[in-house]
Design a protein around this ligand. Sequence first.
Ligand SMILES: CC(C)(COP(=O)(O)OP(=O)(O)OC[C@H]1O[C@@H](n2cnc3c(N)ncnc32)[C@H](O)[C@@H]1OP(=O)(O)O)[C@@H](O)C(=O)NCCC(=O)NCCS
Length: 148
Amino acid sequence: MLLRKVHLSDCETLFRWINDMEVRKNARYTDVVSIEDFTDRFNKELENENVYSFIVEKDSVSIGQIKLSKDEERIVFNYSVDKNYRGQGLGTEIVKQGEKFAKSNINNINKLVAYVRGSNKGSCKIFENLNYTIAFSNDDYVIYEKNI
Ligand SMILES: CC(C)(COP(=O)(O)OP(=O)(O)OC[C@H]1O[C@@H](n2cnc3c(N)ncnc32)[C@H](O)[C@@H]1OP(=O)(O)O)[C@@H](O)C(=O)NCCC(=O)NCCS
């Protein structure tokens, strides 16, 4: 598995993934994302030095994405696996690769964080398996954290 930086030409693939049913269901805002809003956000993030966006490739096929956003001394994860490749351990591997990138390439951070809907059993499992602790939870979402 390889994390490669997102290019301008990935806009269409990422737009398709962001409106995947499971991705919307598990997102903070569940409404369908319009192409205009997505393109605007995509272009801004490409220029934002605190956002590290990657396409995840396996055997040269794009199978998912991960975005690491630096917020003060924390890195917040956002990630997904293409629906055709779920249930094969790839989500777990993507988070591990994201951790590895953050630790070796991003300065002045002390915490890895993920906001996960409580109903998103797969993602909760991933952070629990990777020894994150629950910093906060309510009826809606859980904040997982790991000190680094
Ligand atoms: C969440 C997501 C990334 C998981 O990816 P994946 O490649 O299917 O995950 P894995 O195969 O690594 O599975 C991780 C663990 O969760 C479990 N799991 C996966 N889906 C599950 C489900 N629906 N219910 C219960 N457990 C589930 C697996 O059994 C596995 O546990 P184990 O390692 O202890 O056996 C993927 O479903 C996805 O892209 N969802 C939409 C976007 C999203 O929710 N992103 C995360 C936002 S926080």
